[in-house]
Write a protein that binds this ligand. Structure first.
Ligand code: SF4
Length: 281
């Protein structure tokens, strides 16, 4: 049986930087409480490991005691949270991924020039929420709600997207938008890490008979990997698991070529555990 781990495999640069920052903040502030608002990165193992080191995750900024430390997550945060953090006298550290920050800057520059923004992303995802919070002129694209287009009074809006979307689906979204706004300016901002991981699945050989995506259910980029696996290899079993214990080994029976893909926030050791469970089966 051939078992192949696709590359890229380890944390993306954004996840790696966010974890390093959180650990540095913890080390530099031994006598203060350190909180992350939301999940620093979308992987429960990472969050638990940070908690063991005294870096707590909370869902609401109100849950952080005044005067303590808040770390904003790699996905970005809603604009209004800055003012609340100041009111609470929190010390702010921002672990936003440079790629997300680049998109926010692009949106802000376009807003300053008077443009509207069509934002392609997942409602409720922190990165999308961060971008939508910049202005009411940033409109969430929903192909099923065409009336949203009535909110656009700009001949050449900027079209931009969440960094972890599906490289195949986004092409259709762009085509649909261009039919309504032929002068729209398309900024395809899927990040390199997401793009390469998805492409590795697209390019997987046709003799693959099981694709395993290792990633957290909350991880947008991991879920897109599963989508890509299912759409480009429709006759192959494709599953997503968060760790080796979730692997149903009965799926390995009669398999000759197994491919393991992984999300950008999946720890290396978890991927290795999945690999070892398969080869030792
Ligand atoms: S997946 Fe992309 S956007 Fe998200 S943290 Fe990694 S590099 Fe940044």
């Amino acid at each position: 049986m051939k078992v192949e781990i696709l590359n890229p495999k380890a944390y993306c640069a954004g996840v790696s930087n966010a974890i390093s920052l959180a650990l540095k903040v913890r080390k530099d502030n031994p006598h203060r409480e350190v909180y992350v608002l939301g999940m620093l990165v979308h992987n429960n193992f990472v969050v638990k490991s940070l908690e063991k080191q005294g870096i707590k995750s909370v869902n609401k900024i109100e849950d952080i005691p005044d005067g303590q430390i808040v770390i904003f997550s790699a996905h970005g945060h809603k604009r209004e949270l800055d003012a609340i953090a100041k009111e609470k006298n929190l010390t702010i550290y921002d672990s936003i991924c440079p790629k997300v920050l680049h998109n926010i800057t692009l949106i802000e520059e376009n807003l300053e020039k008077g443009h509207q923004i069509i934002y392609i992303g997942q409602a409720g995802h922190p990165e999308a929420e961060a971008c939508l919070s910049l202005s009411k002129k940033v409109i969430l694209y929903d192909k099923n709600v065409l009336k949203n287009y009535q909110l656009i009074n700009d001949e050449s809006p900027l079209v931009i997207n969440q960094t972890t979307l599906n490289i195949l689906d986004i092409k259709n979204d762009h085509e649909d938008i261009l039919k309504v706004f032929p002068k729209a300016r398309i900024a395809d901002e899927i990040c390199g890490s997401t793009r390469l991981r998805q492409k590795a699945i697209v390019d997987s050989s046709t003799d693959v008979d099981l694709i395993i995506v290792v990633g957290d259910q909350k991880s947008s980029n991991s879920k897109r990997l599963l989508e890509i696996a299912r759409s480009t290899h429709p006759h192959v079993s494709s599953i997503m698991i968060s760790d080796a214990r979730e692997l149903d080994v009965s799926l390995l029976i009669n398999k000759n070529h197994i491919v393991i893909s992984s999300g950008a926030s999946t720890p290396n050791e978890i991927i290795d555990e999945v690999y070892n469970r398969i080869i030792n089966y």
